[in-house]
Design a protein around this ligand. Sequence first.
Ligand code: ZN
Length: 393
Amino acid sequence: MPAILTRVTLEPSMDGVAALPVLAALPLALTGAGGGTPLPDLCDFEFDGGPDLSGPPSAFSSLDSGTPPLETTDGHHPAYLRQERYGAPDHDDYAPSLPGEAAFRHSGWSAKRRRIYQALLRTGQSCRRVANFADCGNTLWLHRDGQELALTCNKCHDRLCEPCQRERQAEVTESILLKCHDAVQPLRFVTLTLKHSDTPLGLQIDRLTSCFKLLRQHPDVKSAIAGGVWFLEVKLDKSKARWHPHLHCVVEGSFLDQKTLARAWHHTTGDSYIVDIRAIGSAADRARYVTKYSTKPLHSEVSRDPEKLQEFVTAIKGRRLYQCFGLWSKAVRRTPAKRKLLTPIGHINTVWLDALAGVPDALFWMRIAHGRFPKLRRTYPLPQAGKDEAPPP
Ligand SMILES: [Zn+2]
């Protein structure tokens, strides 16, 4: 039985969107001694909307993710990926993801996730990468964080995993916006595109980033761009047949008109001249732009095309999706995740089963968890609360 703690005053939020601390590596054998356990790599995690899980509880298979039933879900939630493991389980350093854990972390993008998972398999990615991707969100534990309830889980950090990327990109966005705030010279948005061609995506990305380096050395541009950041965006053209990679940049520097920039870009690339440059209107515009382009590694139109998705997975492997340059070259630094002192309550499954068995403390914590994280109501349902159900002492 998990450690059940004494009651504290908690105000469950019913809005369904809450900060969720997540662990990079949670020890499997938390004892819940009640004195607080230092936990590594804590960070914030925000859920997207996902399917509406606010209705009455039911089985996983009844969830509507907006996608047809998939043949490999084994009747579980579509977000659950059944990743086969080979060899003795003694050598596994973490537990496989459970269907409820997968549904909780990934229900907002289950169909896209499954397509990416299949692309990872088809492109021969390492077993470890595939297993980490499939098991992202496992070891879901309830904790007390002061007066708050916190959930923690393992995460895969894969650049194609949306929840993990949202966490990372939140850090990047914050760093860039801070740099924008401290900029001495005017800021501008710049978009640089390449002429459409049938060249493989990987080569086009290499060419795009190489040309941008050369552009910054161009005599008409060099003095006008002191520093900045570029974000790579990859889309398909209107025919959905050819790639349309382009760079969205925030640059700090002196005035640079569109014609001069277009001429310099054409001079650099030899065939491309479509560029866009505009002054930043307000801090809100700045925040919107940076947030939009720092969180777009994969467009849905690409993920729906198995062949294009396969090429995309291979093409971005080992390549940068954003880069700071010039005066901004050190704008984004990886900061060690904050370590927080959390008090473990128990693994979600254990607390849930105790709650179903009528253990008062477990019921109390599960009801708090349901209020704070409504997604849990569908995957870990509870009977209706009785009028005379007493809170734990
Ligand atoms: Zn992940």
